[in-house]
Design a protein around this ligand. Structure first.
Ligand SMILES: Cc1cc2nc3c(=O)[nH]c(=O)nc-3n(C[C@H](O)[C@H](O)[C@H](O)COP(=O)(O)OP(=O)(O)OC[C@H]3O[C@@H](n4cnc5c(N)ncnc54)[C@H](O)[C@@H]3O)c2cc1C
Length: 584
């Protein structure tokens, strides 16, 4: 490759990521008098947020007036198995109603009750119907409203820029570097503040529910390399029912079959025709138990040889009437019909799929601070709100509640763009050289092969069921993968997907190491983390695991989460009954 052009951009505040979290932080900043520059590796209306369909939680009490922010917080802590950051939970639950009303004012297309109020429904593990929704396109409608607002107030976006490293001396961040994915030029951003809103990390698993080429852990890995601590990486939520690629084609592998199929009468059967969830749950309709319970049940059936020949189990709603299925589940009906499957006549094949990373960057939920000066985080890149398991509908709530606070706080700090880049151990010139070397790589190892190998490793060793031997073996295999990243052969140019993945692969390896190490360290089962060799939840492990980069590699320590406030404690003492019967 010939030397790419190098561009320097100065800005007071750089937001990396243009999903709901980045957009909401940008709006808050701009309204507080600080104009940010928002960069993202896709077009700005095109972030993963658009794939969230089900809903967003806020205790509006429109459908049941007994709901309150405190009960919402109690449900969140309960589902998070009490290792959530109670302050983060309080921020999200107390701010959510105002953020929802604001989105409504900004044109989000909320579904309504017959009285014209924003409608709310149950998601799993909620005491009251509190999930607001825009039909089955909640995330898309939400991002449209946010992007519309951002455009109205003139926030500048720069699309298709891949950030590959932050400019950091370990204690302070001065900007970020990357390349333009359209013209291939290198870009150095000198910024007074950097806000990472770069999404999640579940694509380190080969079966995941994310969009292709997204959720590779960029945010967590960038912050970690810049000196921030990660937290609770071992907690990965697996959705019980992802489509099975062997049956429906690789493009569909891991894509969600909505929980509404089970909510509307679908039952799970193994290859012997047994409704096996009765073995794992005491509920009358065991398919409607918590996500981790159902996912473990399915995984167990498959592991013990009672799965289908394609590696799944059957999800069957064919006892229901065709018209009912069409009316209640139109998207599912059409999707399977387009694949030549009539779900009114035959079962679907499903298996668990990695869906949400509860872990991420440790941060202050009121400010976004990370412990590294001038570096802030927001959205799915963070850790703390969801604890050991996420309540469905809470992640969209997190993006806008915390996003607003972080944007306002960063503006209050009045950041100033550095005049020039300080002398750093890993400065921009070194990073550009690293990218050039990677681009010119003529090794024999193909990027997509290594990504696949990593995904399989994570499935094999850090999936739904884990144990000490498997996790240790996973770490050994990961060392082999890390070595391969030095011998990649890249055929495409700097603007190719292949090169993007070569960069992402390093982020993915960091995240994978965090998950494996944390899962090995946590010698108990809690929420989404299940150890075959430590099957019980342990009081001693009501702790968070924190990860920091040191000269000797990844170093782990633990800390204890704080206590919830009195109102939330009261709500917990009231032991509201959780409703699992209307899953979405
Ligand atoms: C299938 C599915 C359904 C879901 N449904 C729901 C739901 O119903 N309710 C709910 O609450 N949650 C749901 N979630 C979770 C929710 O969608 C996400 O947690 C949320 O949208 C994350 O928003 P975000 O702004 O943090 O990140 P994203 O929307 O992922 O945005 C990340 C941004 O960062 C950019 N970026 C990433 N890396 C880089 C880089 N290196 N350089 C530059 N830019 C970068 C991306 O281009 C993008 O703009 C669902 C998730 C999935 C997978």
């Amino acid at each position: 490759m010939t030397d790419a052009e190098t561009e320097t951009v100065r800005c007071r505040s750089l937001i990396v990521g243009a999903g709901a979290a980045g957009a909401r932080a940008a709006i808050a900043m701009s309204r507080s008098g600080l104009e940010p520059l928002v960069v993202s590796k896709r077009d700005h209306g095109d972030a993963h947020t658009t794939w969230a369909r089900g809903g967003i939680n806020a205790a509006l009490g429109n459908v049941d007036g007994d709901d309150s922010c405190e009960v919402h917080a109690a449900d969140t802590l309960d589902e998070g198995h009490f290792v959530n950051d109670p302050e983060a939970v309080e921020v999200v639950t107390s701010e959510a109603p105002d953020r929802i009303r604001e989105l409504d004012d900004w044109g989000m297309d909320f579904s309504r009750t017959k009285d014209g109020e924003i409608n709310q429904r149950y998601f799993g593990a909620q005491a009251y119907p509190r999930t607001c929704f825009a039909g089955d396109h909640t995330g898309e409608s939400m991002l449209d409203a946010l992007v519309g607002k951002a455009q109205e107030i003139g926030i500048p976006y720069r699309d298709n820029v891949m950030i590959t490293r932050l400019l950091s001396d370990g204690g302070k961040v001065y900007g970020a570097v990357g390349y333009d994915m359209e013209d291939g030029g290198f870009v150095r951003f000198l910024a007074g503040a950097v806000v990472l809103a770069a999404g999640g990390a579940t694509a380190v698993y080969s079966r995941h529910s994310s969009r292709e080429e997204e959720n590779n852990g960029d945010g967590a890995a960038l912050a970690y390399e810049a000196g921030a601590e990660l937290m609770d990486m071992e907690f990965v939520q697996f959705h019980p029912t992802g489509m099975v690629g062997e049956r429906y084609g690789e493009d569909w592998d891991g894509r969600l079959v909505t929980e509404a199929v089970r909510g509307d009468g679908g039952v799970l059967r193994n290859s012997e025709g047994e409704r096996f969830m009765f073995e794992y749950s005491e509920m009358d309709r065991p398919e409607l138990d918590a996500r981790d319970v159902v996912a473990r049940g399915i995984a167990n059936e498959i592991d013990e040889g009672r799965g289908t020949e394609n590696g799944g189990v059957y999800l069957d709603i064919s006892d229901e009437d065709r018209d009912y299925i069409r009316e209640r589940l139109p998207r599912m009906y059409e999707r399977f019909e387009s694949l030549g499957v009539d779900i009114a006549e035959e079962p679907m094949e499903v298996a668990p799929t990695a869906h949400y990373a509860m872990g991420g960057v440790d941060f202050d939920p009121r400010t976004g601070e990370t412990g590294v000066e001038s570096l802030y985080v927001v959205g799915e890149t963070t850790a703390g709100v969801h604890g050991a398991n996420r309540l469905g509908g809470n992640s969209l709530a997190e993006t806008v509640t915390v996003g607003k606070l972080v944007g306002e706080y960063v503006a209050s700090q009045e950041p100033i763009a550095p005049d020039e880049e300080p002398d750093l151990k890993h400065g921009s010139e070194e990073e550009f050289e690293r990218l050039r070397t990677k681009l010119n790589g003529d090794g024999s190892v193909r990027v997509d092969g290594v990504v696949e190998e990593l995904g399989e490793l994570m499935e094999d060793h850090a999936g739904i069921r884990r144990d000490s031997d498997g996790l240790r073996e996973g770490l050994e295999r990961l060392d082999g993968i890390r070595k391969k990243t030095d011998s990649l052969g890249i055929d495409g140019g700097i603007t190719s997907v292949e090169f993007e993945f070569a960069v992402d692969l390093e982020f993915m390896v960091t995240v994978a190491e965090g998950i494996l190490r944390g899962a090995l360290e946590r010698t108990e089962s809690r929420g989404a983390h299940y150890r075959d060799d430590h099957t019980e939840r342990s009081r001693d492990w009501r702790k968070n695991i924190l990860y920091r980069e040191t000269d000797d590699g990844m170093s782990l320590r633990t800390s204890e989460p704080g206590e919830p406030n009195e109102g939330v404690k009261r709500a917990l003492d009231e032991e509201h009954e959780l409703e699992y019967h209307h899953l979405e």
